[in-house]
Ligand binder design. Structure first.
Ligand code: HEC
Ligand code: HEC
Ligand code: HEC
Ligand code: HEC
Ligand code: HEC
Ligand code: HEC
Length: 439
């Protein structure tokens, strides 16, 4: 009996052990899965916090940087904010940078030493918060910054890195022809003179009547030439036709101010701002994509940068201090005095009141570049009116230009109706109707 009991106990123990084993097995499975998942997550997150090096990430970062950061940051140059090159080594961590870009004010408020230090260093100017940016987007910006910082500066070309000038072929060609013609004319005159002299000598040797001799030796004086009726006729004709042409040209250009280039109260240069520093047009001309007027920026917009940038390379402090005078800012104390006096920019482009022109319609809906109508503004130190701005100019473009129909269902339907045509010109959507442009 004892024996039997013993065996039973042993059996139970055995059963217990195997049961526990399966229990253990059952339990361990989710635990291992969980650990694996944790490891994976950890890896993923640490992976997400490293700066990517793929070209796709770099180009995505470049677009984000140019669109959102460039107004204040350059890669290798201090602007409103610090040069971003090497920020991943200087800042506490990549995670810190991500938190900073999403909400700089929060990082500063948390009392973070590094954040407070740079905030003080940059005269407490607030960086914009990019709350909606994902980790990936911010990392791609860092990827671009890193790649761009690694680039060795290309030595600039002979013309100082400026765009090659348009070849001066036509005028150079004309000048060469003109000089050639003059040379030929002079040669002809010399040859003629020589021939006349030779002829005179030959005739002198002949026996000629007195009358004939007089003819041979008579000199054409300038006086007799000027008094000749042929000469008088030609002069009158030339003067009359030049005056006539000028009067006609003048009549056609009444009200046209092409190339109008007034002096502005502050020597503001688009070449420096929009060209060299590549500040986007709409950063200052805020209405250009949204409304009828493109708007001239207020002095507040200038102050986004010029509360820091107090001297220009070309004009020193003279021009920039006019901004301070206008907005009532004392750069010495960094405070506002409250005495303001608006900057009186001279308006350059000006349509008569009878015509209606809308920027958003052309820039945003039509997708036309500012330069198409305003010319290479980013190369102008002083803005001038580039286009004619006549009715003919508007109409001409409306006849030639395709409507930007891409991705627009309304136009897709319209194109179906007009299925004879591949593209829609502005004139097809009513761009030549008087009432569209005239009130
Ligand atoms: C309105 C101007 C402005 C814009 C736009 C801006 N920043 Fe800044 N940024 C600053 C200023 C100014 C600082 C210096 C700290 C301060 O004063 O707040 C700074 C600091 C930084 C720093 C810390 C630099 C360092 O040396 O540690 C990073 C990183 C940074 N910005 C990234 C960005 C990124 C990325 C963008 C675009 C998504 C951006 N910033 C857009 C003004 C700007
Ligand atoms: C930093 C701010 C700033 C930026 C960036 C800027 N502008 Fe301007 N723009 C001004 C100011 C200020 C004026 C008025 C003074 C003047 O005419 O120079 C002006 C004047 C103009 C005018 C003439 C307006 C008139 O009186 O008829 C045109 C056209 C113009 N800008 C186009 C552009 C284009 C196109 C770009 C982009 C390539 C651009 N601007 C970028 C500030 C800016
Ligand atoms: C996004 C930044 C930014 C804004 C906005 C801005 N500027 Fe500037 N400005 C600069 C930079 C950068 C320079 C170049 C400083 C230098 O020459 O070192 C500069 C230079 C100047 C100069 C001196 C040019 C010289 O070489 O002497 C004047 C004048 C000036 N700006 C006027 C203005 C006016 C007026 C506005 C507002 C309509 C304005 N700026 C808005 C960044 C800006
Ligand atoms: C289809 C031609 C066209 C395009 C494209 C265009 N403009 Fe204009 N712009 C004009 C005309 C025409 C005027 C004169 C408007 C008036 O007097 O009512 C003007 C006037 C202006 C003015 C001065 C008056 C105002 O409206 O505030 C500024 C500044 C300006 N444009 C900037 C820009 C900028 C920046 C862009 C690009 C984003 C741009 N323009 C694109 C034709 C154009
Ligand atoms: C560079 C070419 C160009 C020039 C110059 C131009 N336009 Fe336009 N315009 C367009 C385009 C493209 C559209 C079509 C926009 C769209 O997709 O609705 C348009 C549309 C319009 C419309 C709306 C037409 C409609 O049926 O909805 C008006 C009004 C207009 N332009 C007025 C003018 C005036 C006024 C001028 C001259 C001061 C002018 N435009 C000069 C290209 C131009
Ligand atoms: C695409 C826009 C556009 C359309 C369409 C258009 N115009 Fe114009 N028109 C203008 C502009 C802009 C001016 C101002 C030109 C200037 O100042 O030189 C103008 C000027 C005029 C003037 C001259 C006014 C003056 O003081 O010199 C008359 C008249 C005129 N338009 C009549 C018409 C008639 C009639 C139609 C229809 C057949 C028409 N326009 C269609 C844009 C347009």
């Amino acid at each position: 009996m004892r024996h039997l009991a013993c065996r039973f106990v042993r059996f139970r123990k055995k059963a217990d052990i195997s049961k526990r084993a399966t229990m253990k097995k059952r339990l361990s499975r989710p635990v291992t899965i969980l650990t694996f998942a944790l490891i994976l997550l950890f890896n993923l997150s640490s992976f997400a916090q490293t700066i990517p090096t793929e070209p796709e990430a770099i180009s995505a970062g470049e677009a984000l940087f140019n669109g959102n950061c460039k107004s204040c940051h350059r890669v290798k140059q201090k602007l409103v904010g610090p040069a971003l090159a090497g920020v991943e080594d200087r800042a506490p961590s990549v995670k810190w940078i991500i938190d900073w870009v999403r909400n700089p004010a929060k990082v500063i408020a948390s009392g973070d030493d590094y954040a407070v230090k740079i905030y003080e260093e940059y005269n407490k100017s607030q960086m914009t918060a990019f709350t909606s940016y994902t980790d990936e987007q911010i990392l791609s910006i860092l990827a671009y910054v890193k790649a761009d910082a690694a680039k060795v500066d290309q030595p600039k070309g002979d013309n100082g890195g400026e765009k090659p000038e348009t070849p001066g072929v036509p005028t150079g060609y004309l000048n060469a022809i003109l000089i050639g013609l003059v040379v030929i004319l002079v040669l002809l005159l010399i040859i003629l003179g020589l021939i006349i002299n030779a002829l005179k000598k030959y005739l002198d040797q002949r026996d000629l009547s007195e009358e004939d001799k007089e003819v041979v030796h008579s000199k054409y004086t300038i006086n007799s030439f000027v008094k000749s009726s042929g000469f008088i006729f030609i002069v009158i004709f030339l003067v009359a036709s030049v005056t006539f042409k000028n009067v006609i040209d003048g009549l056609y250009t009444i009200g046209i101010q092409q190339n109008y280039q007034p002096r502005q109260p502050i020597a503001f240069s688009h070449k420096i701002h929009a060209g060299e520093y590549e500040i986007e047009c709409r950063y200052c001309h805020t209405g250009a994509l949204k409304g009828k007027q493109a708007n001239i920026p207020s002095a507040n917009i200038c102050m986004n940068c010029h509360s820091q940038i107090r001297e220009g390379t070309n004009t020193g402090t003279t021009e920039i201090s006019k901004i301070y005078a206008a907005i009532g800012y004392d750069p010495a104390t960094g405070s506002y005095t409250g005495k303001q006096k608006p900057i009186e920019w001279v308006r350059i482009h000006n349509l008569p009141d009878l015509a209606y022109f809308n920027h958003a319609q052309h820039n945003n809906v039509g997708g036309i570049q500012c330069q198409t109508c305003h010319g290479p503004i980013e190369e102008m130190d002083v803005v001038k009116q580039y286009s004619l701005l006549t009715m003919g100019w508007c109409i001409d473009c409306h006849r030639k230009t395709d409507v930007n129909t891409k991705g627009n269902e309304y136009y897709d339907k319209l194109l179906e109706l007009h299925n004879s045509k591949k593209s829609l010109k502005v004139e097809d959507i009513g761009g030549l109707e008087c009432a569209k442009c005239h009130y």
